[in-house]
Design a protein around this ligand. Structure first.
Ligand code: GLU
Length: 350
């Protein structure tokens, strides 16, 4: 009996030691992008995104194995210019599964940078967990001189294992910086230092394998979001119309004729329409197609009832969301309601 007791004690002690030393379980989901891209020569800027698979990405940064118990999967292998609603739904469902059913402590998603901000925001609104979800990409292909992908991936894993990144919503990790899903924007076509957090700046940074946070997001996200895509196979159809001097009303008309559910205006200034486009928008809203006013300006809010009387026409103002993110929120909002005032409330909260 005494012997059995001591065996049990030793076994328990071993188990406790093993679990104390166990590294966090991190899953990497690869979706393609330049981080998986290959250029014709290491000095060339001509390349094809989404060429190499997840194993090649992991092999380039064996150091991540010191940070976490890593495993990976390839969801798609595309340039993020080809990202679409179908992949978003698949990705969101998979992240929820990994974090809520399969016991992972965090998820890192490798992704092209072109639409990274949209995917990050979509996940920010639809992932039901406060565990870290970090998107990483690169501006230089995997075989370029001084490729930035391996360092970005290493930093993203460092962020995914950090308790500091818990409850922060979905984050992007690029160029040693952490950016939050709502404010992150790609600002430069080719530079490594392309992502910015708008007026609120970066949310943190990763240095020497440690994530440091400077602020936390103020809007609702992840566990506090009402949006649930677990049973959805498709999303409402929402298009974006760009504003410019002497703008043609044809793109807006085309969306109306194709029976889109919503249209976002990338308006001039504070979300203003060219007069011919405005006429189409007023009719579209009367027909039940929700119009959201955003702006083509890189910074500043699109204010409610400013030069356009939103109350009168039942338009929604995108406030701090740029057109591409306003499209994401409008699609999700339309899964809940067609009431413009309710939708405006979502734009205030998320
Ligand atoms: N078009 C590529 C993509 O978004 C290039 C941008 C990148 O990944 O850096 O996947």
């Amino acid at each position: 009996m005494k012997q059995l007791k001591s065996i049990l004690l030793v076994a328990t002690a071993l188990l406790v030691t093993v679990s104390l030393n166990a590294k966090p379980k991190i899953r990497i989901i690869a979706t393609g992008g330049t981080i998986a891209g290959v250029s014709t020569t290491s000095a060339s800027s001509a390349y094809t995104a989404g060429q190499v698979g997840i194993q090649t990405l992991l092999d380039a940064v064996p150091q991540i194995l010191n940070l976490a118990d890593i495993s990976g999967e390839q969801l798609v292998n595309i340039g993020s210019q080809d990202m679409n609603d179908e992949v978003w739904l698949k990705l969101s469902k998979r992240v929820n599964e990994l974090l809520n059913k399969e016991g992972y402590d965090g998820v890192v998603i490798t992704h092209g940078t072109d639409t990274m901000e949209e995917t990050a925001y979509f996940l920010n609104l639809t992932v039901k967990s406060d565990k870290p979800v970090i998107l990483a990409g690169s501006m230089r292909p995997s075989n370029a001189i001084s490729a930035d992908g391996p360092a970005n991936l290493y930093n993203a894993v460092a962020a995914a294992v950090s308790p500091n990144c818990k409850g922060m919503g979905v984050l992007c990790c690029m160029n040693n910086q952490l950016l939050d899903a709502k404010t992150v924007i790609k600002t430069h076509t080719i530079d490594c230092d392309t992502f910015e957090g708008g007026p609120s700046g970066i949310i943190g940074y990763v240095y020497n394998g440690e994530a440091h946070l400077l602020q936390s997001p103020i809007n609702r996200h992840t566990k506090n979001s009402v949006f649930d895509v677990s049973k959805l196979e498709e999303l409402p159809k929402v298009g974006i119309v760009y504003g410019y001097a002497n703008a043609s009303p044809l793109p807006m008309k085309a969306f109306v004729d194709a029976k889109f559910d919503g249209i976002v205006l990338a308006g001039v200034g504070d979300g203003n329409f060219y007069k011919d486009v405005f006429e189409v928008a007023v009719e579209a809203q009367k027909e039940g197609i929700q119009i959201v006013r955003s702006s083509r300006c890189p910074t500043g809010p699109t204010c409610l009832n400013s030069e356009v009387d939103d109350e009168k026409y039942h338009f929604v103002a995108a406030l701090d969301l740029n057109p591409q993110k306003a499209r994401v929120l409008l699609m999700l909002a339309l899964t809940k309601t067609r009431d413009w005032q309710e939708i405006q409330k979502f734009f205030m909260e998320y």
